[in-house]
Design a protein around this ligand. Structure first.
Ligand SMILES: NC(=O)c1ccc[n+]([C@@H]2O[C@H](COP(=O)([O-])OP(=O)(O)OC[C@H]3O[C@@H](n4cnc5c(N)ncnc54)[C@H](O)[C@@H]3O)[C@@H](O)[C@H]2O)c1
Length: 362
């Protein structure tokens, strides 16, 4: 078991990483007192992990809220249903919500925790790789509304994060691979040595070796913690976590969020961002190819499919919410492990990078 402290002053909290944590009462004991607990999860995760969690919480006053699975369920209706349940059952201010699931459950449960009685405790128990290495740490909570994703939300830090790496073994392989792209992102933006580590550990990652899983979750949490501690509310440096995301979001939006998982789009987006960095002369040539090779070896696609027009992606980028005052902001690299915010890339340079990373039409 490894514990990483997120250093946020009075909002500091531990992230505990280990195999088999959630079924062990000892994991929970330090984070729960006698106050009521409500475990929030979805039906897929409930089938796999709700009973072991309830067994580990025997002796506590525990209620459950099980929502349907899916990104579209991160909505007002489920927020209202959860808040309604808390209200109907007179959940007191010292209630702890437990978010057991991926980023969808974590974001919705966190937003309910942020809003019920102006904010109550919650514990993140992330069960996807994306949620363990990203969504559960940092305190961003949100729901989607018809006008857009994550448009309603709050910053609300959890009281603890309990990341049981054994849960990753039941993930659909596609979800696991997509999460690996987000992990590699930390190497690209924070630590060149982590890119080397990936190259040396492809087989262990493919085999979901226990020590490799613990290593990637721990390292990712440390990198994210360092960035979040410097910029809790995303005023500045936290934006580097969006490396690959502007291009990735364009791919996701253009394909109606049905073709790519988020991490799959980010995998391609990172290769485009590195390619642009190299073409702009900001980065020595070679890294774009290394990122592509690592991700291909992990089973990820790393190029834009031939049926997608680069010009259409550029059009989507004009509307990206990370743009400020009409200026397009991109996260690029000045060296492996070193990200920079760029506002100077011209449309023709971006178009050339997108085209260079696209499969050739037949
Ligand atoms: N708050 C943040 O900082 C932050 C950061 C990144 C992403 N997000 C949000 O996270 C969400 C995506 O999260 P996600 O990728 O975890 O998706 P998800 O929560 O939809 O989980 C993916 C799928 O895996 C299933 N699942 C979860 N754990 C499982 C397990 N152990 N075994 C088998 N199946 C399991 C889920 O039921 C779901 O079908 C998005 O809504 C995104 O906006 C938030």
């Amino acid at each position: 078991m490894r514990t990483i402290e997120i250093p946020l002053g009075e909002r500091a909290y531990p992230v505990v990483v280990g195999e088999g944590l959630l079924a062990d009462p000892a994991t929970w004991a330090p984070h729960l007192g006698k106050a009521p607990v409500v475990v929030v999860t979805n039906d897929t995760v409930a089938d796999l992990y709700l009973q072991p969690v309830l067994d580990a919480l025997a002796g506590h006053d525990v209620d459950t809220f099980v929502m349907p699975d899916g990104e579209t369920e991160k909505n007002w209706d489920n927020w209202r249903a959860l808040i309604g349940q808390l209200a109907d059952r007179h959940a007191p201010r010292d209630t702890t919500l437990v978010a057991l699931g991926g980023g969808v459950v974590g974001d919705l449960c966190g937003f309910a925790a942020a809003t019920w009685m102006r904010g109550i405790r919650f514990i993140q128990v992330p069960t996807t790789l994306l949620a363990q290495v990203d969504a559960s740490v940092g305190g961003k909570t949100a729901i989607n509304i018809p006008q857009g994703k994550n448009l309603v939300g709050a910053f609300h830090q959890p009281a603890a994060v309990l990341a049981d790496t054994a849960t990753l073994r039941t993930l659909p392989p596609r979800e696991y691979r997509a999460g690996l792209a987000e992990v590699l992102k930390y190497g690209a933006i924070c630590d060149a040595g982590f890119i080397d580590w990936f190259e040396a550990n492809i087989d262990a990652l493919r085999a979901m070796d226990a020590s490799a899983l613990a290593e990637i979750v721990e390292r990712s949490v440390r990198y994210k913690a360092a960035v979040v501690a410097e910029d809790e509310q995303e005023q500045g440096v936290r934006a580097i976590l969006n490396f690959g995301h502007t291009f990735g979001h364009a791919l996701e939006t253009h394909t109606g969020y049905t073709r790519f998982l988020h991490g799959e789009a980010i995998a391609i987006g990172m290769v485009v961002a590195a390619t642009l960095s190299e073409a702009r002369g900001l980065l020595q040539p070679g890294l774009a190819q290394r990122l592509a090779d690592i991700q291909s070896a992990l089973g990820l696609a790393v190029s834009i499919p031939a049926d997608i027009e680069p010009a259409d992606l550029l059009e989507h980028m004009r509307l990206d919410k990370k743009n400020l005052a009409g200026r397009r902001r991109l996260v690029l690299l000045s060296a492996p492990g070193n990200a920079i915010i760029d506002e100077d890339s011209r449309d023709d340079e971006i178009l050339a990078a997108l085209t260079a990373c696209r499969d050739h039409p037949e």
